[in-house]
Design a protein around this ligand. Structure first.
Ligand SMILES: [Zn+2]
Length: 255
């Protein structure tokens, strides 16, 4: 599924390297090959006790990103998340990474709040979606991939024979990676629609439906889907994180 993305970036760098590579273009590579001075060779490390202490302090945290094209102040994020998350005890939000990336770390006071916040996504700041991930102290802000968003989705008007775990997971899998499905202990769904939690790829247009072959030898049929709490997305290309006025690949408009 990532083939398109990696192909694109590979192609881009090939096109840019027609000219012979000059030393000044390669400062990073040169630095990498330098022998370290005595000062540079010093290593900072933690003892086991330090490690335990640091882990204890930061374990109940989430790393988040607001999918907004504009830079948001961390206070704006805090003011939106605090009431949405039910004013959890010990909530502290701080900004990390490059300013325009709208990354933050949210510390919480207890495990239950953390699970509830993580499981209740997507959250919204302004109109924009928030992607959350479990805190991992070893990740650098530049390395964290916020490419997927977990969201509840409903597939409408399915034949009754599809309202179960076995076939339902199959259908939900067309929308994204299936995290969970709303069924009883026997694996049967009793809502008027099939409901599941999926991780969708944020770089792709929001899906409007799924094609399912519900009858043997029949033609695939179109089933509409609904997302619960869908964040703001571009009405031109269908991707989250910008408006149609900021769209890089606008669709042709009809009257
Ligand atoms: Zn767009």
């Amino acid at each position: 599924m990532d083939l398109a993305g990696s192909g694109r970036s590979g192609g881009g760098s090939m096109n840019q390297s027609c000219d012979p590579i000059l030393p000044e273009n390669n400062v990073t590579d040169l630095l990498r090959n330098l022998n370290l001075t005595t000062d540079e060779g010093e290593v900072a490390a933690f003892s086991d006790e330090d490690e335990d202490e640091v882990r204890g302090q930061t374990k109940l945290a989430l790393i988040g990103k607001v999918l907004s094209p504009a830079t948001l102040h961390v206070t704006t994020i805090q003011q939106a998340m605090k009431p949405a998350w039910g004013n959890p005890v010990g909530l502290k939000i701080r900004a990390i990474g490059e300013k325009g990336n709208n990354l933050f770390i949210a510390s919480l006071g207890c495990e239950n709040d953390l699970k509830r916040v993580l499981g209740g996504s997507p959250w919204i700041v302004g109109r924009h979606g928030v992607i959350l991930q479990e805190y991992d102290e070893s990740l650098k802000p530049s390395e964290i991939a916020f490419d997927k968003m977990e969201i509840w989705v409903r597939i409408l008007n399915l034949p009754v024979g599809w309202m179960n775990r076995q076939r339902g997971v199959h259908a939900l899998g067309l929308i994204g990676s299936v995290i969970g499905i709303d069924v009883d202990k026997d694996g049967e769904a009793s809502c008027p629609f099939l409901r599941g939690r999926v991780a969708i790829e944020v770089a792709k247009p929001i899906r409007r439906g799924v094609l399912l072959k519900t009858k043997k030898d029949g033609v695939p049929e179109w089933f509409e889907i609904q997302f619960e709490k869908l964040p703001f997305f571009c009405k031109s290309c269908g991707v989250m994180g910008h408006s149609k006025l900021e769209c890089a690949s606008p669709a042709a408009r009809n009257d």
